[in-house]
Each structure stands twice: as C-alpha cells, then as structure tokens.
Design a protein around this ligand. Structure first.
Ligand SMILES: Nc1ncnc2c1ncn2[C@@H]1O[C@H](COP(=O)(O)OP(=O)(O)OP(=O)(O)O)[C@@H](O)[C@H]1O
Length: 238
C-alpha cells in the first residue's frame, strides 16, 4: 500500500494514521478506555503517561499488532481493525517500521545483515539490499561497526542499528516503544537526534512511546494517556 504523503502538506493534510476511541481490556484489566491519536506525514507524536497507563497497548493497536475491542484505526483508505490477519501482517512488513526498547537485533547476524534483513525478507536482491542498508547505516552512524555482531556493540550502537533497520524499507510510519529506555542519556540523545532528523527530512511519521519528558521533547506533539484514556494534546516542553 502506498500513500501520498508529501511533506509540503504536513500541516493540513489528512493524518497518515488515526486511531479513535480505542478500547481494549486484558481479562478484567482495562488497558485502553477511549484512546485516540493521529499522526501526519513527517510528524513525530510522543505518547507519554505513567507506567501501566496504556502507552504500549495503544502503540500495538495503532500498528495492527493488537486488535481493540472497539474503535477504529484508519490508515489510508483502510480500517486496520477490519483487515484480516494476513493483510495486517503484510501491511506491517511493507508500510511500518519498529524500534523497541531492546533493539531486538538478530544476534547471529552482523550489523549490516541486520539492517538489510527487512529488505531481504521482502525479496530484495542481496546487492540492492546491501546498497540500501549502507545508506541507512551511514545516516545512523553505524558504518564503522558494519561487520560486528550485536553482542560486540554498545547499547547506543545497537539502538541506532535498530533505527536503521526500521527505516531501511522506507516505511510510512515508524513505531518506537521506549527506544532509549535502556540507554544512558548521551546515547539516548544521539538516537533521538538522528531519528527525529530523519523524520523531519522525510515523510516518515513517527509514533514514539516514552515516559521521559526529555525524549518526548524531540516530538512535534505530545499525547498524554492516563488510565487508558488520552487526555490532551500539547506541544512538548523543550
Ligand atoms: N498482555 C497483557 N496481559 C495482561 N495485562 C496486560 C497485558 N499487556 C498490558 N497489560 C495491562 O494493561 C495495562 C496497560 O499496559 P501497557 O503496557 O500498555 O502500559 P504502559 O503505559 O506501556 O506501561 P509501561 O510504561 O510500564 O511499559 C496495564 O495495567 C498492564 O498491566
């Protein structure tokens, strides 16, 4: 699925992705109780809130990983919540990128193989995948460790590798769940600076879950979630 998401139309354009009035419980535990969030092309939206407030659950619903019990997630012409499993999985592979708290790199593969992996899985040839991976490794400043394995690199290098991997297939939306949560502040700032620069220069929309105000400050907008309900939208405090 390809969306027209020119950066020139960021301000007024339809959101690229919009979840509205999402509800989801895990057994007796309500995780989302009326959560809404939209993100536009080239925009970074931070989801903040205390532990257990529903941030990750909201991200997972927006990304089509979890199905809400009610509410909609619009992506282009689709309601993701109405798509069959197979189509939602395909959409995640082709249109979305993911960065998690612990990079979740494949330990047996080198940095450049990890970055190229989404392209290889999508059937892109070896040479072309390496070429495109090299571009993103340079952009995320991990070229010097291209032939290292995840066990041989620092946490910050690992997260920058994970960001390069999330971006390598030119996703429309990147979902980042506490991408700096396991890093010291300097390494975290480097990851966030690079991620927000890339989003700013491109049409990539970023949904960023964080409990750290310093990380949320990199976003264009902040959505606060409390007890499963999104509270208000605000400019992040810088
Ligand atoms: N798989 C699950 N099974 C049962 N309960 C869950 C599950 N995932 C989340 N929950 C519950 O749903 C609520 C919201 O959890 P969620 O992980 O979305 O919060 P969060 O804001 O991301 O928290 P944190 O900042 O601690 O990661 C919590 O009460 C949590 O215990």
């Amino acid at each position: 699925m390809t969306l027209d998401a020119s950066p020139d139309h960021r301000e007024d354009a339809e959101p690229v992705l919009a979840g509205s009035d999402l509800h989801l419980s895990f057994g007796p535990t309500p995780a989302l109780r009326g959560a809404s969030l939209s993100v536009g092309a080239g925009e970074t939206v931070a989801v903040t809130g205390s532990s257990g407030s529903g941030k990750s659950t909201l991200l997972h619903c927006l990304a089509g990983i979890l199905m809400p019990e009610s509410g909609q997630v619009r992506y282009g012409d689709h309601d993701i919540t109405a798509l069959p499993d197979k189509q939602r999985s395909a959409l995640r592979r082709t249109d979305f990128g993911f960065v998690f708290q612990f990079g979740q790199l494949v330990p047996e593969l080198t940095v450049d193989e990890n970055v190229a992996l989404p392209l290889r899985l999508a059937g892109v040839g070896h040479k072309e995948a390496r070429r495109r991976a090299a571009h993103w490794m340079e952009r995320l400043e991990v070229t010097g460790i291209a032939d290292h394995r995840p066990g041989e690199i620092s946490g910050g290098q690992g997260q920058r590798t994970a960001v390069a991997r999330a971006l390598v297939a030119d996703p429309v939306v990147v979902f980042a769940d506490e991408p700096t949560g396991a890093l010291d502040s300097l390494a975290g700032e480097q990851v966030m600076t690079l991620l927000s620069d890339v989003a700013e220069e491109s049409t990539t929309a970023v949904v960023l879950v964080t409990h750290e105000p310093r990380v949320a400050a990199y976003a264009d907008r902040e959505v606060v979630i409390r007890d499963g309900s999104t509270q208000r939208e605000q400019e992040p405090v810088r």
